[in-house]
Design a protein around this ligand. Structure first.
Ligand code: PLP
Length: 373
């Protein structure tokens, strides 16, 4: 089945009790069982699984081409559960450009358990090989990356990680499974902040992991989730499942709009640099073209004139909202360094843009008036 069809039907069978075509939300925290705890319909207690989350998990696994999936209260909860399943003293490599939460977690929490973290430019395969030379437990990829839009070669990283005795996990939040399917390229697990494109409407927090195999890794992380309890609520699962249905259709428009916006910005003197993998000038363009179906709805720009010029431009926009997050219907823009806490790493002139589903001409007109000042 093709992705567009899976997105509509995975986890979507009619409710057996009522025939309802759209799935019910089961809010029950507890499920009737037999006197010795026999699970009558497969469920016992919401933290260990519920029918609404199961539907979403089926959909995520199907869309990513995985054997199984788990859903979490947030993307960070998914990252946390996966990393917590590593043994004390594990060795991992993370990208030099990645979501702030992972960077902070790797700097502050993992060392408490003796986990050794190498920060590597994942686009530089030699650097990755070097980081893995003495063995590695986990290589973490994020492509395109947040916020510099760096692209790394998922298949090559999978080979390097496996040869060094480790696994490859890929944060696929920016691309979504519509544009990129890391498991088919050799990754062992895929992570999503479903808060973004899966949810699609900036109104539901969540995270997911899809696993290549129903193996010990899956079991370890599932056990973490069941015991530590960073579950997605059934209502959030229901909203996210609803988002899945339109994901391919939305991604097509996000991509088309982002390409127009990127091309417009690339032609402007006020902009020093446009980071969008769909532009032929992007250093990762060829790899993105090889492993992605299209180039996505995210981009970042580096504004000529530094921090002040970037803030002034962001402040003049009328259709783009100054807000964090991404993947919703509405276009957002954000001065990344301002939201990265005490130790920002993004260039001070960088604005991250989530291109929404408005008409591209309106978006470009808004950018034009903001650039003119
Ligand atoms: N990964 C990426 C690429 C993200 O952009 C984000 C959030 O912005 C996360 C992970 C964390 O997800 P959440 O905010 O749902 O915890």
């Amino acid at each position: 089945m093709r992705l567009e069809t899976l997105a509509i039907h995975a986890g979507g069978e009619a409710d057996p009790g009522t025939g309802a075509v759209s799935p019910p939300i089961h809010l029950a925290t507890t499920f009737k069982h037999g006197p010795a705890g026999e699970r009558i319909a497969g469920y016992e207690y919401q933290r260990e699984g519920d029918p609404t989350n199961d539907r979403l998990r089926q959909a995520v696994a199907a869309l990513e081409g995985g054997a199984a999936a788990l859903t979490f209260a947030s993307g960070m909860a998914a990252i946390g559960a996966l990393l917590e399943s590593l043994p004390n003293g594990a060795r991992i490599a993370i990208p030099d450009d990645c979501y702030t939460g992972l960077r902070v977690l790797a700097a502050e929490f993992l060392p408490e358990r003796g986990i050794v973290v190498a920060t590597v430019d994942m686009a530089d395969l030699e650097a990755v090989r070097k980081a893995c030379a003495d063995g590695i437990d986990l290589v973490w990829a994020e492509t395109p990356s947040n916020p510099r839009m760096k692209v790394c070669d998922i298949a090559a990283l999978a080979t390097i990680a496996h040869e060094a005795g480790g696994m490859l996990v890929c944060d696929n939040t920016f691309a979504s499974p519509v544009l990129q399917r890391p498991l088919a390229l050799g990754a062992d697990a895929v992570m999503h902040s479903t808060t973004k494109y899966f949810g699609g409407h900036s109104d539901v927090l969540g995270g997911a992991l899809a696993f290549a195999r129903n193996d010990a890794l899956f079991e370890r992380v599932a056990h973490r989730l069941h015991i530590a309890g960073a579950n997605m609520s059934p209502f959030s699962a229901w909203l996210t499942l609803r988002g899945c249905r339109s994901l391919p259709a939305r991604m097509a428009l996000h991509c088309a709009n982002a390409r127009r916006v990127a091309e417009f910005l690339a032609g402007r003197d006020e902009i020093e640099r446009v980071n969008y993998p769909g532009l032929a000038s992007h250093p990762g363009h060829a790899i993105a073209a090889k492993q992605m179906r299209d180039f996505g709805g995210m981009l970042s720009i580096e504004v000529r004139g530094g921090r002040e010029a970037a803030l002034a431009m962001a402040g003049r926009l009328k259709i783009f909202t100054n807000a964090t997050s991404l993947g919703g219907c509405e276009s957002l823009i954000e001065h990344r360094a301002s939201v990265e806490g005490d130790k920002p790493v993004s260039p001070q002139n960088l604005l991250r843009v989530s291109v929404g589903l408005e008409h591209a001409d309106d978006l470009i007109a808004d950018l034009e008036q903001a650039l003119q000042g």
